[in-house]
Design a protein around this ligand. Structure first.
Ligand SMILES: Cc1ncc(COP(=O)(O)O)c(C=O)c1O
Length: 356
């Protein structure tokens, strides 16, 4: 069991930039794992037509219908949120409370623990180690679930920050071990960038699996805030009762709807990521920074003193994620951006090497 602090995230921090005499436009951000092509033209156009003067639909009905039809589920099985972060907190509030247990497969996205602690839960972790290539043992995880009987388990797949991507059998085993005692939240925020994605929808038949998706990564809507989850209708109804009214803005709803019709943008981004990822991995390894294999659009890299290197790079206008808050102070996480931008990162790293 552990106690914790608010989650730490990547992304730019205006106060920190100010200290270094930088503004957002001066920095190439490799610290958040967003589509390197940015928001598509179609999505920006749709967002610009949103009515800023009227309240948005409280259920995000039209977007929920579009998602339901795409995913082939009922509209009452979809809940749209102000980023998947809102949905993580709603899940924690519905499932957890004083004395309830939350199991987290770590190292992973910090918001699960923050939400569980805010909800008053006992937090337990199964930690994968570098020696295991950050892969969890299905036996160990299953035993932990059977022993602890958690009311809520979080599994991020592909995992942030390690890029580990478990297969369907792993999740099925975990779901079976959970049984009717709890819910298994499968956070698939990075599946759109997975090299060999598998379809998770069949897992809904297990009855205790909640699929969490962010639209802020694949469609570059981090500033607009948009995510959704898919679960059984009773779970969705319980979560909806706790959701603040109008939490999803009209801009986010309009952008999300347009994004669903813009597969082409994502398709190009995947190709760009695949090409740049090959370059980045090879260059980082060649520079003596070993890269951990990742199925996603980011990678963790062993650099020695992550906090120091992050600062050196920031001074050169490059932001990377120091993995200390994940319990990995020797690693940074690097998002895959466009090839020309990855070349700038490599040049900056060479400069750090040359001048310290
Ligand atoms: C695994 C994972 N889930 C969820 C989120 C939150 O995404 P959103 O912007 O949709 O709140 C992040 C953001 O970094 C993430 O890495």
């Amino acid at each position: 069991m552990r106690a914790g602090a608010p989650a730490i995230h990547g992304g730019l921090d205006d106060a920190e930039l100010r200290v270094h005499g930088l503004s957002r436009g001066d920095v190439l951000d490799f610290s958040s794992n967003v589509n390197p092509l940015g928001t598509s033209r179609l999505v920006r156009k749709a967002a610009a037509t949103a009515d800023l003067s009227a309240y948005p639909d409280r259920r995000s009905l039209v977007l929920s219908e579009a998602l339901a039809s795409r995913l082939d589920v009922g509209v009452d099985e979809v809940l749209v949120g102000n980023g998947s972060t809102e949905l993580i907190h709603l899940l924690a509030r519905v499932c957890l409370g004083s004395g309830r247990r939350c199991l987290i497969l770590a190292p992973t996205f910090g918001e699960y623990e923050a939400a569980a602690i805010l909800a008053g839960a006992e937090v337990h972790v199964v930690e994968a180690t570098a020696a295991q290539g950050f892969a969890w043992s299905a036996d160990v995880v299953t035993r932990a679930v059977e022993t602890l009987r958690p009311a809520l388990t979080f599994l991020c797949n592909p995992n942030n920050p390690t890029g580990v991507y478990v297969d369907r059998d792993f999740v099925k085993r975990l779901s079976a071990a959970t049984g009717g005692d709890g819910l298994l939240a499968l956070d698939s925020s990075y599946v759109p960038f997975a090299e060999a994605p598998w379809d998770e929808r069949a897992l809904l038949a297990c009855g205790n699996v909640v699929l969490l998706r962010s639209m802020t990564k694949d469609h570059a809507l981090a500033g607009a805030r948009l995510g959704y989850l898919v679960a059984g209708a009773p779970t969705v109804a319980a979560l909806r009762r706790l959701q603040p009214s109008w939490s999803v803005s009209a801009v986010a709803q309009a952008a999300g709807l347009a994004a669903l019709d813009d597969d082409a943008h994502l398709k190009v981004a995947r190709t760009v990521v695949a090409q740049a990822k090959t370059y980045l991995r090879a260059q980082l390894n060649a520079l003596g920074y070993p890269v951990v294999d990742s199925a996603a659009n980011f990678m963790v890299v062993r650099v020695g003193d992550a906090a120091k290197l992050r600062l050196e790079l920031l001074r050169r206008g490059i932001a990377v994620r120091d993995c200390t808050s994940f319990g990995l102070p020797a690693y940074i996480r690097v998002a895959v951006r466009r090839l020309d931008e990855c070349k700038q990162l490599i040049m900056a790293l060479r400069d750090v090497r040359a001048h310290g």
